[in-house]
Design a protein around this ligand. Structure first.
Ligand code: GDP
Ligand code: IMO
Ligand code: MG
Length: 427
């Protein structure tokens, strides 16, 4: 048996999708356990290029069961759109995709409520993806959520929807926006549910059976450790638990079964949305990273903020997640840089104080700190075609080893391109 978890080590978009797709070739199950369609996971394989928000990236292997676990919140329109996109690529998921009836449903009022809060916060807004994540998870924990199971019964759904619309519409009206119509929402949601109904089935029994049969299970995390609702840069974070500990609750798999925890880290740092980012570059090097790395959000198209690799952050997330290894991605994006920096810790801005750790402060605290850097030589040649570690330029090998030392975690894979095969397995 082997259970492998793949989690983001930074602020999301580390190329988790690519790594999961690679591992899915040997997987009996690939399961999502957190987040919703705020995620955007890109894979480039023999079937084409896919940017999936909800569907687990085991879809291209005909023997892999794909599970959307109960910790995920589901936007039914996104789910049916992806099902259709994948069907058009010649892959039928009707027997292989399982969606837990315990999943909470993103309702049409969730993005509206989110927009009201974002607008009220003005310059202090989170810069969300606009998919209603904060409000849907808030409804979940405050016992106001609507689950897929509720859509199975029109009477139950109608009662719950009526209560929610009464409360939500009061807020919507007070904010000068157009109230949502009960009949419209009721019919629209039931119609969407009817399209996806056959996939709604609880996966717990299947997962437990697979564990007994020593199956290969891959858990696909969304977002990254620094966006975690508890440990991330709150309130500039996301609504779910993005760290390895969340997988257990979000899928229903006991921690003792999880053997490998792969932290996916970019060879530099990016962030979309607001909040502190100590190693951010607002100069020509930042532009080079954005252009070479095509750093524009998968969900919103927003330019991603880019900066040097921040070893303090990745070291923190490696401890938090208990990473057994790191997959270092997008190394090729650094190919043209003569000098490359790595952040090794934080100091108060303008003061020669002691090095501080990320976990010592809050998001606002981090704004007053700047990284201490070390500088390394770049390699100034393409790594895109390299498939063996020993074939990498000496400076690239030195960069990888330095990150390994600073993060105190072995690097088991290095990615040098978006394609599945553009990967170096480090022996
Ligand atoms: P995820 O959310 O963690 O799955 O990551 P995203 O898919 O949002 O963002 C990663 C982007 O980088 C995608 O466009 C990938 O196709 C691309 N990508 C993945 N690995 C590599 C790599 O090693 N090099 C380059 N240049 N691009 C990569
Ligand atoms: P993947 O899985 C990068 C960010 C948003 C915003 C904050 C809150 O592709 O790595 P939300 O819509 O979740 O309420 O937004 O979190 N964010 C992500 N950033 N990758 C993601 O997912 C993200 N999901 C949310 O930009 O700053
Ligand atoms: Mg992404």
């Amino acid at each position: 048996m082997s259970v492998t978890m793949v989690v983001g080590a930074q602020w999301g978009d580390e190329a988790k999708g690519k790594i999961v797709d690679l591992l899915s070739q040997e997987a009996d199950i690939v399961a999502r356990f957190n987040g919703g369609d705020n995620a955007g996971h890109t894979v480039v394989n023999d079937f084409g290029t896919f940017k999936l928000r909800l569907t687990p990236n085991g879809f291209s292997n005909p023997r892999t069961i794909c599970i959307i676990g109960p910790g995920v919140v589901v936007n039914l329109a996104t789910l049916s759109g992806e099902f259709e996109t994948i069907r058009q690529a010649g892959i039928d998921l009707s027997q292989r995709l399982w969606v837990s009836p315990r999943c909470h449903v993103v309702m049409p009022y969730h993005p509206v409520v989110e927009a009201i809060y974002e607008r009220a916060k003005g310059s202090a807004s989170t810069g969300t993806t606009g998919r209603g994540m904060g409000p849907v998870y808030a409804d979940k924990v405050s016992y106001n959520g609507i689950r897929l199971a509720d859509l199975q019964d029109q009477g139950i759904f109608g009662e719950k929807l009526e209560i929610q619309l009464r409360v939500k519409n009061a807020l919507i009206k007070a904010s000068g926006m157009e109230e949502l119509d009960f009949n419209h929402v009721f019919n629209q949601m039931l119609e969407r549910y009817a399209q996806m109904k056959a996939l709604v089935r609880e996966s717990f029994g299947l997962v437990q059976k697979s564990l007994r049969e020593n199956a290969n299970i891959v858990l696909e995390g969304a977002q990254g450790a620094l966006l975690d609702n508890t440990w991330g840069t709150y309130p500039y974070c996301t609504a779910s638990t993005t760290i390895s500990g969340g997988a257990s609750a979000g899928l229903g798999i006991a921690p003792r079964f999880i053997e490998r925890v792969i932290g996916v880290a970019k060879a530099y740092t990016t962030r979309v949305g607001s909040g502190p980012m100590p190693s951010e570059l607002n100069d020509a090097n930042g532009q080079i990273l954005r252009n070479e790395g095509a750093e524009f959000g998968t969900v919103t198209g927003r330019p991603r903020r880019c900066g040097w690799f921040d070893a303090e952050l990745v070291s923190f997330s490696a401890r938090l997640n208990g990473n057994t290894e790191i997959a270092l991605t997008k190394l090729d994006v650094l190919d043209k840089l003569p000098k490359i920096k790595i952040g090794v810790g934080y100091r108060p801005k303008g003061i020669r104080g002691d090095l501080a750790h990320y976990w010592e402060g809050e998001a606002e605290w981090l704004e007053d700190y700047e990284p201490e850097y070390i500088e390394m030589d770049g390699w100034m040649q393409s790594t895109r075609e390299v498939r063996q570690f020993s074939q990498l330029p000496a400076q690239a090998q030195a960069y990888i080893h330095r990150i390994e030392e600073l993060v105190e975690t072995p690097i088991s894979m290095v990615s040098v391109g978006p394609e599945r095969h553009a990967t170096i397995q480090v022996k």
